[in-house]
Design a protein around this ligand. Structure first.
Ligand SMILES: *[C@@H]1O[C@H](CO)[C@@H](O)[C@H](O)[C@H]1NC(C)=O
Ligand SMILES: *[C@@H]1O[C@H](CO)[C@@H](O)[C@H](O)[C@H]1NC(C)=O
Ligand SMILES: *[C@@H]1O[C@H](CO)[C@@H](O)[C@H](O)[C@H]1NC(C)=O
Ligand SMILES: *[C@@H]1O[C@H](CO)[C@@H](O)[C@H](O)[C@H]1NC(C)=O
Ligand SMILES: *[C@@H]1O[C@H](CO)[C@@H](O)[C@H](O)[C@H]1NC(C)=O
Ligand SMILES: *[C@@H]1O[C@H](CO)[C@@H](O)[C@H](O)[C@H]1NC(C)=O
Ligand SMILES: *[C@@H]1O[C@H](CO)[C@@H](O)[C@H](O)[C@H]1NC(C)=O
Ligand SMILES: *[C@@H]1O[C@H](CO)[C@@H](O)[C@H](O)[C@H]1NC(C)=O
Ligand SMILES: *[C@@H]1O[C@H](CO)[C@@H](O)[C@H](O)[C@H]1NC(C)=O
Length: 607
């Protein structure tokens, strides 16, 4: 060993000692900044709580990461759906023991608040960031709020879920979830679905094992389900892996697969996969978005669009597919019109049929759909022809499934003016403009409607019981309620949190508009449009209702369901009633148990 190497080793050694010295309890009144201070380290120096870079250069999120290894590994993210912040934000552990992210203007976003008699906080060697009270009890811990991953000894308790991240470098909530259900089952679903079997794509088959089953993660990489009596009722991973110098991580990955990773702390190479929930990357439902389906190519998942459809956002599968020509299949009926049916054979889909008939073969099923103006697609399998409205969901090629999806495809010459650009890029820009335009129109309508109302009342909003006859069915436990505008203002903060947390709802909308949207939707759903306005004239009422429903159509989460500007004009002018858009995509409550059925787009026959 040369002298230089020896000196180097001594230096490295003293650095490690220094790191260990700096790691200690986080005392009251301490703060961190992405610029200067090092993060709060665990005594071993392996885990750290603090800022990590995410998004554009110079932007950060707060969370827990592995400081001791070269590969960037984030195991917990605070307020994951909030946008990354600049380097002049600080993480503050206040003198009262509350944990906040503070903006340079002094605005505080809570990470752990409302805690009593706090003494100190600590980044523990387990990777758990814990806050202790004066009696030495843990009163808040990051282990209780898992995001997309579990680390050794961290449980997933009954009723809790992991949500995948958007991407490896974006820790906002993605499109899959893993739920430890009260019935004892550990189940994977896409986000925003009811907790029912047809939506699941992985299950531990342990339902009926009591209302206190939890997922446990032993240090040897053993994951298993444990019941109230502390017994192992089912192994998820075999375990028995070496513990010395090794660390393990269990993650619901952005592609919807669960994986167990190992890392050799001596070698200090990257993580390697030691177990996965499936080797079929097309298993996760919803990977391909609406009107797309998944195909395995060399064991990798690849999304395709059903015939006549193109990707809404090339490169972003979860955004799904939309018709490449006119969005109307109702203009005329039958094969003479130039419409035809194209098949995707041996595929599996969510079956949301509005009519089922017996047909001898694929050909007659196709004819039946062609002859039905409302039929946009059909699923044919074993003599059953199930007519569908779009969008189709959860599609994948499955060689063992005899089902053929039959899609109604418009004549090639029926191209919407303005969409028919030869280059993909220009076409995309155009679509974006339409989407943004429609969203703005939506916000505009709602704002206009509210302003009109304020003017109509001739004074400030003195109105008291806007929704007083409404039974808002948000959940089983919600009784009839009434809101005043003032109350709405007060509860806005709660709603803000709810919206920020779960899903990528309303990404185009500022939060208040999002709340307003929910409120209008609820009033509208309950037929209380008149209540909002107190209009007497029947005609006014209908126009007003049409305007509101048009606005709601324009701000649908699913871009493919939003009407074109042309259609918007028609909806506003028309003397017919604009239909109510599908409610589940408009209400922001995360685990909505409303039916998943998607109603048809407004009929565009007369355009
Ligand atoms: C943190 O504080 C507690 C209680 O004051 C003490 O028992 C513990 O040893 C401290 N830990 C470290 C790493 O200083
Ligand atoms: C915070 O930093 C950003 C970018 O680094 C800068 O634009 C902004 O002016 C800063 N704000 C304050 C209050 O220093
Ligand atoms: C749930 O089970 C755990 C052990 O798995 C046990 O410690 C706890 O007391 C149980 N809780 C209830 C409410 O039964
Ligand atoms: C980790 O890496 C070291 C150095 O290569 C090796 O000696 C050790 O056996 C590895 N540990 C395990 C559990 O594979
Ligand atoms: C380890 O991970 C980093 C970043 O995640 C990557 O750039 C590098 O190629 C990986 N190394 C190996 C040997 O896979
Ligand atoms: C999952 O693990 C199996 C071995 O258990 C392996 O053959 C397969 O390639 C893995 N699949 C993925 C997608 O990682
Ligand atoms: C639309 O899709 C159909 C079927 O996939 C194809 O034949 C047609 O050329 C496409 N039209 C455009 C404008 O891309
Ligand atoms: C992909 O599309 C989804 C759904 O429209 C959207 O929420 C998400 O932000 C998009 N992701 C990217 C990277 O654009
Ligand atoms: C694929 O679908 C066709 C009908 O579309 C069916 O005849 C065939 O049996 C299917 N393949 C398998 C493996 O089931």
């Amino acid at each position: 060993m040369t002298a230089q190497v020896f000196v180097l080793m001594v230096l490295v050694g003293s650095c490690v000692v220094a790191a260990q010295k700096t790691s200690s309890n986080v005392t009251l009144g301490t703060s961190l900044s992405p610029r200067s201070s090092s993060p709060w380290l665990s005594p071993s120096g392996l885990y750290a709580m603090g800022f990590f870079a995410e998004g554009s250069p110079g932007f950060y999120k707060v969370g827990i990461f592995l400081a001791g290894i070269p590969e960037r590994t984030i195991v917990w993210t605070a307020n994951r759906d909030d946008p990354p912040v600049t380097d002049n934000f600080t993480l503050v552990f206040t003198a009262e023991g509350q944990l906040f992210l503070q903006s340079p203007q002094g605005d505080q976003t809570s990470i752990a608040a409302g805690l009593q008699l706090v003494q100190y906080a600590s980044m523990l060697d387990s990777g758990n960031f814990a806050i202790f009270d004066v009696n030495g009890n843990i009163i808040w811990q990051s282990f209780s709020y898992p995001t997309d991953c579990l680390i050794q000894t961290q449980p997933l308790l009954t009723g809790n879920q992991l949500f995948s991240s958007m991407a490896v470098d974006n820790h906002a909530t993605g499109i899959f979830r893993l739920k430890m259900q009260h019935d004892g089952n550990l189940i994977q679903y896409p986000i925003n679905t009811p907790d029912t079997a047809p939506y699941s794509y992985y299950t531990s088959w342990t339902d009926g094992k009591g209302d206190n089953v939890s997922l446990r993660f032993d240090i040897d990489g053993h994951l298993y389900l444990m019941n109230s009596f502390g017994s192992n009722i089912r192994n998820i991973t075999p375990g028995g892996l070496p513990t010395k110098g090794m660390t393990y991580m269990f993650r619901l990955d952005p592609d919807g697969l669960m994986r167990l990773y190992s890392h050799n702390l001596t070698q200090n190479t990257n993580w390697s996969v030691v177990w996965n929930s499936t080797s079929d990357k097309c298993d996760p439902k919803g990977l391909c978005g609406l009107n797309g389906y998944c195909v395995l190519v060399n064991n990798d998942a690849e999304c395709r669009c059903i015939p006549g459809f193109d990707f809404v956002m090339p490169g972003n599968w979860s955004a799904g597919c939309a018709r490449n020509t006119s969005d109307s299949t109702c203009a005329s009926i039958g094969a003479e019109s130039g419409y035809s049916m194209q098949a995707v054979d041996n595929s599996t889909w969510e079956d949301d049929s509005y009519s089922t008939m017996v047909t001898v073969d694929k050909q007659s099923c196709s004819s039946a759909c062609l002859g039905d103006c409302n039929c946009e697609a059909a699923l044919f399998s074993q003599g059953q022809c199930r007519k569908q409205r779009l969008p189709l969901r959860y599609g994948r090629r499955q060689v063992t499934d005899p089902t053929s999806a039959l899609i109604k495809v418009g004549p090639a010459d029926m191209i919407v003016p303005g969409r028919n650009f030869p280059q993909g890029n220009r076409k995309e820009v155009r679509k974006d403009v339409l989407i943004v335009g429609a969203s703005l129109a939506g916000i505009g309508f709602i704002v206009m409607v509210i302003s009109l109302f304020v003017i109509y009342r001739g004074t400030v909003w003195t109105y008291r019981k806007i929704c007083d006859k409404i039974d808002i069915e948000l959940g089983d436990d919600v009784a009839p309620r009434s809101f005043s505008y003032a109350q709405l203002e007060i509860i806005t903060d709660n709603f803000k949190e709810q919206i920020g947390r779960g899903r990528n709802v309303n990404w185009e909308l500022p939060k208040k508009e999002a709340v307003l949207q929910d409120w209008v939707t609820e009033c509208c759903l309950n037929g209380n449009v008149q209540e909002i306005t107190k209009l007497d004239e029947k005609a006014d009422r209908q126009q007003f209702g049409n305007a509101i429903r048009t606005g709601l159509w324009c701000i649908m989460d699913e871009a493919t369901l939003r009407p074109t500007m042309k259609k918007v004009l028609w909806m506003l002018e028309g003397n017919t009633e604009v239909p109510m858009p599908p409610l589940h995509s408009l209400l922001s409550d995360a685990d909505s148990s409303t039916s998943s059925s998607v109603t048809a787009q407004p009929d565009s026959r007369d355009i």
